[in-house]
Ligand binder design. Structure first.
Ligand code: 13P
Ligand code: SF4
Length: 344
């Protein structure tokens, strides 16, 4: 759905002046003719947000008009989980995918967590069920389970600890040290898992899940991009090992930003979701971003009109069954206790 699909709030005089700094930012990131289309929505959402005392959290893969226009808190999935656990407001609108909103609800059980589109899923979260995890435990008795945060609450409830790409190696090592296990079951992303396996002595048992966005990049495309643009390449560890082997740096969403800060390359190709480059661009005005432009169809279900409807009608509330939430929380708390310990 585009911003035009629902009746847009009325344009009011003075909007462009009132939002001048935001207009200047957005004009660097999206076609300038789109900015006046977004402004009335942004203004209406910000007014509703104030009335409701809500906090809007947006993942780094959200479009620039959401990320810069209405979000109070932005970041990767670890940052959003940490923010939900610490949040003062009783109402959180999570602009991201369903597992992120579920994590927020589990970590802030007393709060109302809304997601603008309940169908915003994730191919990794859809690749495994709680019954699959129980079957894995039966096949590998005594082996602890670390699940990527890109999983349902039910899968988290069957896990010993969760991790994100920002702390996967540290969580695997912490759980192995704590339990004395030589092996850890790591699920569901087989590419993230095989990358983690290159960074640790702990032996990993993997599941066959993949991210439908990152798995589409090929090593040949990366080599071609590098030759064509004479560019540095950074890649998310959800890409295949062949793609990662071509990258100058492999890291999570947040680590990519820190790598850019440190290296300040002239040009960089971001082998990840397209909005990442958009949202980093204004932090690094001297870096030329080469965008491979793979969009996550789930992240892109969230837009200004459905954020507006979500706040106006207090829909769609994310609910997690109390028994599941309690067990999933233990796994998420372990992840938060490890925190962010990336090298960059
Ligand atoms: P982060 O954990 O880096 O935020 O990534 C989440 C995700 O869905 C990547 O595709
Ligand atoms: Fe899931 Fe991939 Fe989309 Fe991230 S980019 S939410 S892993 S489908």
């Amino acid at each position: 759905m585009t911003a035009n699909a629902l009746a847009a709030p009325r344009w009011r005089d003075g909007l462009e002046t009132e939002y001048a700094p935001l207009v200047a930012t957005l004009e660097q990131l999206i076609p300038c003719m789109e900015v006046p289309m977004h402004l009335p929505w942004i203004d209406a959402i910000n007014a509703l947000k104030k009335d409701r005392g809500a906090v809007i959290m947006a993942h780094s893969y959200q479009s620039p008009e959401i990320f810069h226009g209405v979000a109070d808190i932005t970041g990767d999935s670890l940052a959003l989980a940490q923010a939900a656990a610490d949040c003062d407001s009783d109402l959180i609108v999570l602009c991201g995918v369903h597992f992120m909103a579920e994590s927020a609800k589990i970590l802030a059980p007393g709060k109302t967590v809304l997601i603008p589109d309940l169908e915003a899923g994730c191919s990794l979260a859809a690749s495994i069920t709680a019954a699959d995890v129980r079957a894995l435990r039966t096949r590998h008795p005594g082996v602890p389970v670390v699940s990527y945060v890109n999983t349902s609450a039910e899968v988290k409830a069957e896990s010993d600890a969760c991790c994100t790409s920002a702390n996967a190696v540290q969580v695997v090592e912490a759980i192995a040290a704590e339990t004395g296990a030589r092996q850890v079951i790591f699920l569901p992303d087989r590419y993230l898992g095989s990358w983690v396996a290159t960074q640790t002595e702990v032996e990993l048992v993997l599941w066959n899940g993949t991210c439908e966005v990152h798995e589409t990049f090929t090593a040949q495309q990366v080599r071609h991009t590098r030759e064509q643009f004479d560019t540095k390449v950074v890649a998310h560890p959800e890409c295949s090992p062949e793609v990662l082997a071509e990258a100058d740096f492999v890291g999570s969403t947040s680590a990519m930003g820190r790598w850019l800060e440190k290296e300040q390359p002239e040009r960089v190709a971001m082998i990840t979701e397209c909005s990442m480059a958009d949202n980093l661009k204004n932090r690094f005005p001297r870096v030329q971003f080469i965008k491979p432009c793979n969009l996550c169809p789930h992240m892109k279900r969230i837009n200004l009109p459905n954020i507006h409807a979500c706040l106006r009608d207090l829909r769609h509330e994310v609910v997690v069954a109390p028994g599941v939430a309690e067990r999933a929380r233990r796994a998420l708390d372990r992840m938060l206790a490890v925190g962010r310990r990336e090298q960059v």
